[in-house]
Design a protein around this ligand. Structure first.
Ligand SMILES: [Zn+2]
Length: 140
């Protein structure tokens, strides 16, 4: 009887854990969406600044150059934050990135489904102690 109750308890705990994982991942995904919107508007602003400089067909002023440099630093910061959040989401969802092709693969997978690269740690050498034979006790 306790087995059934334990099983029910396990299922309830796992369901709660999965829901929590989904919730955490969803919240992080919303942050990524917000950051991507920020990134888009930064790119738009940068594009407009560069367009203005090109249209005027004269050398950019020091202020314009500094403004553009500041925008690129901001863009790099946003991109880094997005990359960190994406790695965190993947980790929460039990995914890893293939170091060869960048494809996202389930952590438990031994090989990348896109390029076939081996992902799991090398298996232990089962035959390592093959030559160490056990010596049977001699009968007296
Ligand atoms: Zn791969």
């Amino acid at each position: 009887m306790t087995d059934i109750f334990d099983t029910i308890k396990d299922i309830a705990l796992n369901t709660a854990k999965k829901a929590d994982t989904g919730y955490k991942a969803s919240r992080l995904k919303l942050s990524v969406i917000a950051l991507n919107k920020m990134l888009e508007s930064q790119y738009r602003e940068l594009g407009a600044a560069v367009y203005k400089i090109c249209k005027n067909e004269e050398a950019a002023s020091r202020e314009e150059c500094e403004r553009i440099a500041a925008m690129t630093v901001q863009i790099d910061g946003i991109r880094k934050r997005i990359a960190v959040l994406e790695r965190r989401i993947e980790y929460i969802l039990g995914l890893v990135r293939c170091p060869d092709c960048g494809n996202t693969v389930k952590m438990k997978n031994a090989y990348c489904s896109a390029c076939g690269r081996r992902l799991a740690a090398e298996e232990e050498d089962v035959f390592e102690n093959e030559n160490q034979m056990t010596i049977p006790k001699e009968d007296v």
